[in-house]
Structure formats: C-alpha cells, structure tokens
Write a protein of this length. Structure first.
Length: 172
C-alpha cells in the first residue's frame, strides 16, 4: 500500500489520533490505589492494542486488549509499568477484595465491609445490606480478618480505647 495514496492519507491521521488519545487515557488521575483499583476498560474503539491492567482480585497485572481510545487510567503499555505503579497496593484476603452489592433490607442490622479503595473497614449505611461475602458483624472482626498485623494492632488500640471511653461515659 502506498502511504501517499488516498487510503494511506486517511489511515496515518487516524493512527496518530489514536496514539494521542491512548496517552490521554493513561494520564494518572490520582493516587495509585485510585488508578490500580479501577476495573479494566478497553474503551469503545477497536484497535486491539496489547496493554496491561492491575486486577484487584488476583492482586497482579494482566494483559488485555485496549481499543485505543477512552478507557480509564488502569491501562499500562507494559507489565513492568503496571507492576511498578501498583506493587504498593496492600495485599488483603480474597473476601476483602470483593465488591459490595448494596440493597435495601427489611430488617435493620449493623454490618461492616472492607473498602479496598480506602483500605479501611466501613459501616454499611443503615437500612442497607449486601450480598457479597465481604461483610462482617462488627468493625473489630473486619479489621482482624482484612488487615496486616501491624495495622490491625494500631486500629484495635483505637477501637478498644473508644469502647473504654464509652463505658466510662455510661458510668457517669
């Protein structure tokens, strides 16, 4: 095919536009956790560019085919670039990596879930429950199951200090 012919003149600008858009889609938009925990998104175009994304469930980088436009920032040109950007995401048990599927509950119950984005146990909104296995009856159980020992000890000290404070308030 002659690159100076009519078809060649159409393809070259499209290729350059696709390359520019690909770079824009990969621009970091926050902390590594905000980028690395996004779901893979190949975008609406069909260029089939081999790329890599960080998978929150397997806690490693995997290849996927990027369409060449849009998508999101969890999109790296090489496995090495993905690993370098996302290796600091803390490793947590599989249950704690599951998404929370909130739904209205008839009975009100207090539950906690592990939020992988904030790396903290959070209380589910009142009147809501969820169907995934990422749920715990109280914050201490959630912390004990989901976090590393060093962080668990710090958080448990705060939790127990808060409980002691509540008990002392009730005594007066």
């Amino acid at each position: 095919m002659d690159p100076t012919g009519p078809l060649g003149l159409l393809i070259v600008p499209l290729f350059l536009l696709g390359t520019a858009l690909r770079g824009a889609a990969r621009a970091p938009a926050g902390s590594n956790a905000e980028i690395c925990l996004l779901p893979p998104d190949e975008g609406p175009c069909r260029a089939l560019i081999p790329s890599y994304y960080y998978d929150r469930y397997t806690q490693s980088c995997h290849q996927f085919m990027y369409g060449g436009c849009e998508g999101n920032a969890n999109n790296f040109e090489t496995w090495e670039a993905c690993d370098k950007a996302c290796w600091r995401i803390e490793k947590v048990p599989k249950i704690c990596r599951l998404e929370v599927n909130e739904k209205r509950c008839e009975e009100s119950r207090e539950e906690y879930f592990f939020n992988l984005s904030s790396m903290a146990c959070e209380k589910l909104s009142s009147g809501w429950c969820h169907s995934s296995e990422n749920r715990f009856p109280d914050e201490a159980t959630c912390v004990g199951f989901s976090l590393k020992k060093e962080k668990r000890k710090k958080i448990q000290k705060v939790l127990f200090a808060n409980r002691r404070l509540k008990i002392r308030k009730k005594e007066f």
